[in-house]
Design a protein around this ligand. Sequence first.
Ligand code: NAD
Length: 337
Amino acid sequence: MTAKKKILLTGAAGYIGAHTAVELIEQGFETVLIDNFSNSDRSLLQGIEQIVKQKINFREGDCRDAAFLDSVFSKTKFDSVIHFAAFKSVKESVLHPLKYYENNIESLTALLRAMHRHQVNEIIFSSSCTVYGQPDSIPVDEKAPLKKAESPYGATKQMCEQILEDTVKAHPSLKVVSLRYFNPIGAHPSAHIGEMPTDVPDNLVPYVTQTAAGLRPKLVVFGDDYPTPDGSCLRDFIHVVDLAQAHVRAVEKINDLPHRIEYINLGTGEGVSVLQLIKKFIDVTGVPLNYEIGPRRPGDVVKTYADAHKALALLNWKTKRSLDEALQDAWRWQQKI
Ligand code: NAD
């Protein structure tokens, strides 16, 4: 049996990083987790340990700090890096664009420099369907043109992809997989880890579960007069454990991919409307939810869902978990925190 790769995960105390750490550790990969807790809580690390039933290898520090990265890279000869660390709130990025440009861009450039210094040549990057902006047609495949970003956050993801593209050209040994996530939701079925917004949630499902738990008075649906079947926006909601497992596949397959930089959508391939999700939540949990229809929110993408064929072809990955499971898992997690 060939030895499993050694993987560095940045932003590993966050929502998607923590779920990916669990999947990698359970598959026997040697992992080192780093985070500066700028948008996460230490308790998620204990949650990871409870699930994998072993101590994790965690280092606290900032991805922009070259000395910190050198100390991490000189202790372990990594095969691959999975780079989750970034700020992710669309709303906050409009109010504080420089905070987003500084953190999201500098984290990546500092990391690529450290990888170069320590001869680590594989990176999986957390990108987003936000790079497509308002798509011309759905489902969206990876060849769809990238439209002008709707927010500074979206712009950072486009810029990071450009930085990766340019760096691949300049460094012939570098290999990149940029995973374009659609809308991750849900939590680990154990309810030991899940999404833990440090502020008012920007994403729909934590808002739904916090409202259902009585932590917020009501949920506002932004518009029900869009050209969609029920008038609300259409999204591709993907269970976070499915998403995490795609990272394991990316790490395993990165050397077999046709191009040194690959962009791959991660979604279910199905559109679900905001109102459908809300009704489904009430249905599967039996919990009432106080919601009302409000005006449209400027900048919202009206409808988007993934063409997920490339992920199946290149990573042999597709989603397995249903919307029902995702909502039940999210609710179980909400009741615990
Ligand atoms: P998250 O905020 O829960 O996790 C990100 C983690 O990175 C946090 O723990 C934060 O403390 C850490 N971090 C931020 N800047 C750092 C730095 N400079 N140094 C060290 N640690 C730092 O977010 P998430 O939902 O887990 O998202 C992970 C990645 O996926 C992000 O890059 C995000 O943009 C991307 N993404 C998320 C979604 C989503 O809906 N959650 C969708 C598409 C893409």
